[in-house]
Design a protein around this ligand. Structure first.
Ligand code: ADP
Ligand code: ASP
Ligand code: MG
Length: 417
């Protein structure tokens, strides 16, 4: 299975005792806090939860496209911005939104306090721009909650052992929220976003996509790893490892969204839960170093190798994020490998826990592609996933055709959770 390294949170265990009734962590993404009106709406939701008696922690992302704009700004002054300074810069986006939400909550007559990641006790390793949370020291949050304050935490950031500000990788506010939910023993972690939940495919690509009432942690890990960016991969790993109940739902309404749940053998599962895709990977073909030399070297440089697609006696093919391109090239050159890279391929993945008990999924996948004259390359599988690469221009067509072939559209019966 294509999951990144497991995250250990020794501090979560120490500070988690005993679970307090009625703590909720509510995370709001960039669209949810995109302008002052929306910020007031977020404050209204937090206040409503507080008035209903919950201990409320809000985690917020940067407003709208702030993070992209800050990255753009950095690139205007430096060709390869220094990672420490980049983190210093990017962390400001979330500081802005969390202070604004706290002010708006106060305006509604409630005690509220905003905290940066470091003030909130989020301790990470020192890998700038993709740091991992290693401990959550929740004393200050707990004290504020005990004073009945609504606590706003800036997502996506923490502090390393050397007291440097770090960020958690794109989409990292999801992981902040889940880590806090684990550390605080929260009843649930609610992820408010710009779609109604987790869908059978990206609603921006497939018109008749359908919201899932529930997905298992294993399915959500595969979906997130395969490009369904609605939850950061690491947040799902974290939720599974710490038993955090995750609810992905719309910031624009009150309808239930998608629950991420443990596998329940008694629930009848459809063969397929979703078809997902990504065009943000490069595929490398390497000759020279053995796998035992190559992969430790890449890991040492913090390259998140996604899929090791194929190995023969002297050729290794693997994929890695586009953003790690420079680092990957550096590692390969240092090893004296002869290698080539392709960035014209996208990955399509079909995910479903029911795949294990429904034969014929691979057959239907590949006959559907054949009928479209699409040739899949570098096929890889897990017990609940089939993935393959096609040229960028064919990705969306393949996603839509497979979504239809597996009858995932909105006119078919909604799956029970
Ligand atoms: P936020 O800013 O709230 O964190 P993101 O942009 O990170 O939101 O994630 C939500 C987006 O994920 C949606 O707008 C949607 O386009 C995309 N997405 C991709 N695949 C899926 C899927 N299977 N289900 C839901 N959303 C998906
Ligand atoms: N603002 C960060 C990003 O755009 C973190 C997040 O939104 O979760 O990636
Ligand atoms: Mg996100």
């Amino acid at each position: 299975m294509t999951v990144s390294e497991q995250t250990l949170v020794p501090g979560a265990g120490r500070t988690a005792a005993p679970p307090r009734l009625g703590t909720v962590v509510m995370k709001f993404g960039g669209t949810s806090v995109g302008d002052p009106e929306r910020i007031k709406r977020v404050a209204g939701r937090l206040v409503a939860a507080r008035e209903a008696g919950a201990r409320v922690v809000g985690v917020v992302s940067a407003m709208g496209r702030t993070t992209d704009e800050l990255i753009g700004l950095a690139r205007e002054v430096a060709s390869r911005p220094d990672p420490r300074e980049l983190d210093m810069l990017l962390s400001t986006g979330e500081r802005i939104s969390c202070a604004l939400v706290a002010m708006a909550a106060r305006e509604l007559g409630h005690e509220a306090i905003s905290l940066t990641g470091s003030q909130a006790g989020i301790i990470t390793d020192s890998v700038h721009t993709k740091a991992k949370i290693v401990e959550v020291r929740a004393t200050r949050i707990n004290a504020a909650l005990d004073r009945a304050q609504i606590v706003l935490v800036a997502g996506f950031q923490g502090m390393s052992a050397t007291r440097d500000i770090t960020t958690l990788g794109r989409g990292g506010s999801d992981t902040t929220a889940v880590a806090l939910a684990a550390a605080l023993g929260a009843d649930a972690c609610e992820i408010y976003t710009d779609v109604d939940g987790v869908f059978t495919a990206d609603p921006r690509v497939v018109p008749d996509t359908r919201k899932l009432a529930a997905v298992t942690y294993a399915e959500m890990l595969e979906l997130a790893a395969a490009g369904a960016k609605v939850l950061q991969l690491r947040s799902v790993e974290f939720a599974r490892n710490h038993g955090v109940r995750l609810h992905v739902r719309s910031t624009f309404g009150d309808e239930p969204g998608t629950w991420v749940i443990e596998e329940d053998e008694h629930v009848e599962r459809a063969a397929i839960s979703g078809v997902t895709h990504t065009v943000e990977e490069a595929v490398y073909r390497v000759q020279g170093p053995t796998p035992a030399v190559l992969f430790p070297a890449l890991a040492g440089a913090h390259v998140n190798v996604d899929t090791i697609i194929q190995t023969s006696s002297d050729v290794i093919v693997f994929s890695a994020p586009l953003e790690d391109r420079g680092t990957t090239a550096g590692v390969l050159d240092e090893l004296g490998a002869s290698w080539s890279e392709r960035d014209d391929l996208g990955k399509v993945s079909i995910v479903g826990a029911g795949m294990k008990s429904h034969p014929g999924v691979a057959a239907r996948t590949f006959t559907t592609l054949r009928d479209l004259r699409i040739e899949p390359q570098f096929i890889s599988t897990s017990p609940i996933k089939i993935a393959f690469y096609v040229p960028h221009g064919e990705v969306e067509e393949a996603v839509r055709a497979l979504h239809a072939a597996f009858e995932l559209g909105s006119d078919t019966e909604v799956r029970r959770g």
